[in-house]
Ligand binder design. Structure first.
Ligand code: UD1
Ligand code: CA
Length: 455
C-alpha cells in the first residue's frame, strides 16, 4: 500500500430530498453545527494535505457558509450520477502517491480515532464497516476470509447476501493510484443506474489489491442522515454523549435527556444545570454556578456562585460572582453585571454595565446604561434610550435610588446618592444627593361628581 500525503474526499453533493428540502444536506445542523462542520473538524485532526469537498445542487450556499475554510478544494459534481462518479470529479486533483480518505457528507459523527485507525490499516483499500442488527438498505460486505471481495448494494443483493449483517459505512481509505485505476473501470450497470463507489472493491480484487475492513464498534458513529427522524436520533445520541462527558468532568446535569449543548461549555466545579437548558456558542460557567430550568445561555460568561433562575435568556453577556438573575430575566448583548448584582423577573438589560451590589428586581428596561454600585432600580423603571432615530446613554451614580415607574429620558445622568421619586419622568440631569421628582403634583378635588348615564 502507499503511504503518501493524506487527501480527503467528502461527498456532499446531495440535497435532503427525503427531508423535503432543497438545501444541501451537509448544511443541516447537528448540535447547532452543520454536518459538514463536524466532518471537517474530525478530518482536520489528521492534518490532511487537501480536503476535496464534492458539492452539487445547493453547493453555492455550502461554499458561502464555509468561505475561507483552510485546505478545502471545492469540486463541482454537475450531474449526480452516483458516489463513484462524485469521487471521479475529485480524482484529477488528487496526487498519485496520496492516501485518500473518502467520507460521506451525510454521516457526520465519525470519530477522529476511528478514521485515524482506518487510514493506518495496512491494505490498498480499507472499508469502514459496522455490524448492524438491521442491515437493510445498506451495502453488504462480502468476504473471503480477511479479503473483502465485493460490496453489494441492498437493491442488487441476493437474499443470501441480504442476510449479511456487516455493512459498508461508506467511509474508505484508498491508495490514490489504485483508486484512479479502479474508478476508470466503473460502469452504471446496476439497479440504480449509477456509478457506485462500492464497485471499486470488485475491481481492486481483479488487480490483485488487498481489500480489508476496519470494523467500527459504535453504529451511531457511522449512521447516515437521510430523514429528520434519523437526524433527531443522532442529535439525541450526540447530546447524551456531550452530557456524559460534562457529568464525568463533575457537572451535575439533572437530566441528560433534557439538556442541549450547541457549542462549547467550559464549566468549573460544583456546577448544577437543571432541566431543559440550552447552551449555545461558547459559554463559561464558574465554580458553583446554578442554572435553573428552561434557561437559554448563548456566548456568555457566568462567574462563580452566580445563579440564573428559571426561564431566563442570557446572550452575549457577562455575569459577575454571586449574581442572581431571573426568574424570567433577559440579558441581551453587552449586558455586564459586576459582582453581587440582582436582576429579577421581567427585567431586560441591553448594552449596560451594572455596578457591584446593584439591584433591578422587577419589571424594568435598562439599555445603553451605566449604573454604579449599590443602586436600587425600582419596579417599572425604563431607560428611554431611543428617540426613534438614535440611541442615547443613561448614567446612574453610586447609591442612587430610582423610584418605581420612572422614565429616564436619555441622554441623562442621575448623580450619586440621589433619589428619583416614583413615577417621575426625568428629562434633565439630576445632581448628586438630591431628590428629583418629575411628575404632576397630586391634588384632591372636593365634591367632585362622577358622570351619570344619560337616560
Ligand atoms: C451509500 C453506500 C452504501 C452504504 C451507505 C452508508 C454507495 C454506492 N453506497 O449508500 O454501500 O451502505 O452509503 O450510509 O456508495 N453523493 C454525491 N454524489 C452522488 C451521489 C451521492 O455527492 O452522485 C453523496 C450524497 O450526498 C451522500 C453520500 O454521497 O452524502 C452517500 O450517497 P447516498 O445516496 O446517501 O448513498 P446511500 O444510498 O446511503
Ligand atoms: Ca445515505
Amino acid at each position: 500500500m502507499q503511504q503518501g500525503p493524506l487527501e480527503v474526499c467528502i461527498l456532499a453533493a446531495g440535497v435532503g430530498s427525503r427531508m423535503r428540502s432543497n438545501k444541501a444536506k451537509v448544511l443541516q445542523t447537528l448540535a447547532g453545527r452543520p454536518l459538514l462542520r463536524h466532518l471537517l473538524d474530525a478530518v482536520n485532526t489528521l492534518s490532511p494535505s487537501k480536503i476535496h469537498v464534492i458539492i452539487g445542487e445547493g453547493g453555492d450556499e455550502v461554499r458561502q457558509r464555509f468561505d475561507g475554510e483552510p485546505g478545502v478544494n471545492w469540486v463541482e459534481q454537475a450531474e449526480r450520477l452516483g458516489t463513484g462518479h462524485a469521487v471521479m470529479q475529485a480524482a484529477p486533483h488528487i496526487a498519485d502517491d496520496a492516501r485518500v480518505l473518502v467520507l460521506l457528507g451525510d454521516a457526520p459523527l465519525v470519530k477522529p480515532s476511528t478514521i485515524k485507525q482506518l487510514v493506518l490499516t495496512p491494505a490498498d483499500l480499507v472499508v469502514l464497516s459496522v455490524i448492524m442488527d438491521d442491515p437493510s438498505g445498506y451495502g453488504r460486505i462480502v468476504r473471503d476470509g480477511a479479503q473483502v471481495t465485493q460490496i453489494v448494494e441492498h437493491l442488487d443483493a441476493t437474499d443470501e447476501q441480504r442476510a449479511i449483517q456487516e455493512i459498508n459505512t461508506g467511509v474508505m481509505a484508498i491508495s490514490a493510484g489504485g483508486l484512479k485505476q479502479w474508478l476508470g473501470m466503473l460502469n452504471d450497470d446496476n439497479a440504480q443506474s449509477e456509478y457506485l463507489l462500492t464497485d471499486i472493491v470488485e475491481h481492486a480484487n481483479t488487480t490483485g489489491a488487498s481489500v480489508q475492513t476496519h470494523i467500527a464498534d459504535n453504529p451511531i458513529e457511522v449512521t447516515g442522515v437521510n430523514t429528520f427522524v434519523q437526524l433527531s436520533a443522532l442529535e439525541r445520541a450526540m447530546q447524551k454523549e456531550q452530557a456524559s462527558e460534562l457529568m464525568n468532568q463533575g457537572v451535575h446535569i439533572i437530566d441528560p435527556d433534557r439538556f442541549d449543548l450547541r457549542g462549547q461549555l467550559n464549566a468549573g466545579k460544583g456546577v448544577t444545570i437543571d432541566i431543559n437548558v440550552i447552551i449555545e456558542g461558547e459559554v463559561t460557567l464558574g465554580d458553583n454556578v446554578k442554572i435553573g430550568p428552561n434557561v437559554v445561555i448563548k456566548d456568555a460568561v457566568i462567574a462563580s456562585g452566580a445563579e440564573i433562575k428559571a426561564n431566563s435568556v442570557v446572550e452575549e453577556a457577562q455575569v459577575g460572582n454571586n449574581c442572581s438573575v431571573g426568574p424570567f430575566a433577559r440579558l441581551r448583548p453587552g449586558a455586564e453585571l459586576s459582582d453581587d448584582v440582582h436582576i429579577g423577573n421581567f427585567v431586560e438589560v441591553k448594552k449596560s454595565k451594572i455596578g457591584k451590589g446593584s439591584k433591578a428586581n422587577h419589571l424594568a428596561y435598562l439599555g445603553d446604561t451605566t449604573i454604579g454600585e449599590e443602586v436600587n432600580v425600582g419596579a417599572g423603571t425604563i431607560t428611554c434610550n431611543y428617540d426613534g432615530v438614535n440611541k442615547h446613554e443613561t448614567h446612574i451614580g453610586d447609591g442612587a435610588f430610582i423610584g418605581s415607574n420612572s422614565s429616564l429620558v436619555a441622554p441623562v445622568s442621575i448623580g450619586a446618592g440621589s433619589t428619583v421619586g416614583a413615577g417621575s419622568t426625568i428629562t434633565s440631569d439630576v445632581e448628586s444627593q438630591v431628590l428629583a421628582v418629575g411628575r404632576g403634583k397630586q391634588r384632591s378635588i372636593a365634591n367632585w361628581q362622577r358622570p351619570t348615564k344619560k337616560s
